[in-house]
Every structure is written in C-alpha cells, then in structure tokens.
Design a protein around this ligand. Structure first.
Ligand code: KMT
Ligand code: NI
Length: 179
C-alpha cells in the first residue's frame, strides 16, 4: 500500500520524510476525497502490461514518455528540481507511474495542509487538474517515472496563487462536494 502522511513544518531538507507524528492517518479514502487516485502495478512489466493498458484505455491516457530524475541524467537538474518543488497547479491531470526509485508528491488537503505521498516502484497516481501540489526526490535521489497524458501534453505549472483559472474553480467546487 502507498504510504502518505501529514507533513511537519520544519524547514529542513525537502528530501527528508517530514512525517508529522501527531497527524491523522492518510488513507486512500482521504486521498480520493481530494480527487487523487492510486493504482499498484508490476513495474517490471510496464512494457507489456495488460493492467496498465486497461487503465490507459479506460482513462484515455494516450500519450506517455519516461523521465529519469537524477543529477547525471536530467538536463538542467538543479533548476528542474527547484521548479518541481514550487507549489503549483496544472490545467490537466498530472499522471505518474514510478518505474524505479522513489520520491514524494505533496498535495494540499481541504484545510490547505500538506499531505506527503511516498511513491515507490509500481505506484501510479493521478493528481486532478487544479490541485495545488509539488514533487521532490527523497534521500535516495533517484526516480524513473512514466508520465502519462490525455492527448498532447501540456506541462505548464502555474505557481500559487493561481486561483482564477477555471480548472482551479472546478476543483474547489469538486472539494465542496466530497465528504
Ligand atoms: C512533475 O511534473 O512534477 C514531474 O514530472 C516530476 C515528477 S515525475 C516522478
Ligand atoms: Ni505538477
């Protein structure tokens, strides 16, 4: 099962877990109420996996590529690492499937508190359009992930505040409708 927790507010290294011990547990139901969905797959067979194909077909995730984030492999590494960790939203869903390594996706809950989702090999997630979020490597400093998209990808991040976008307004409305 994917592990997730509320974050502490210490200004320490972003790659540390920042697990708030007193925080309420975060389960898939809570994530679902935020519009975050999760699947567990066998990453060793991502090149020929009927389960992955089924998800892609049903959700129209037609486009994909593979990104490796580590110092030696990613051009403009430092700059990108910084960008990924700026709180932002997109006008489309952000869909990631971890093929190797690990990292943290942080999302804001309904009270604007940070939830940290620990993503490892085999974990696939979708963050809804309009949710404020960010990404960081963990202390192992390596991740290889599939990026999926409905149609032609648009990666533009809109850093917070970005509340005037329709995607944001729709998302806020969605939040008021879930328990
Ligand atoms: C993003 O948009 O935050 C990224 O592509 C980096 C995370 S992919 C594991
Ligand atoms: Ni993003």
């Amino acid at each position: 099962m994917v592990e997730a927790w509320y974050m502490d507010e210490s200004p320490e290294d972003q790659r540390k877990p920042h697990r708030l011990e007193s925080g309420r547990p975060v389960d898939l139901e809570l994530l679902g109420q935020l519009g975050v969905f999760y699947w567990k797959l066998d990453a060793d067979k991502y090149e020929n996996d009927p389960e992955l194909e089924k998800i892609r077909r049903e959700r129209s995730y037609s486009w994909m590529d593979i990104i490796t984030i580590c110092k030696d492999k990613l051009p403009n590494y430092e700059e990108k690492i910084k960008m990924f960790y700026e709180e932002h939203l997109h006008l489309d869903d952000e869909i990631r499937y971890i093929l190797d390594g690990s990292g943290y996706f942080d999302v804001r809950d309904k009270e604007d508190k940070w939830i940290r989702i620990s993503m490892e090999k085999g974990d696939m997630i979708t963050l809804p359009a309009g949710i404020y979020h960010r990404f960081t490597l963990d202390e192992k400093n390596y991740v290889k992930a599939m990026r999926l998209f409905v149609g032609e990808p648009v990666w533009t991040p809109y850093n917070r505040p970005a509340d005037h976008f329709d995607a944001r307004e729709q998302y806020v409305k969605f939040l008021t409708q879930t328990a």
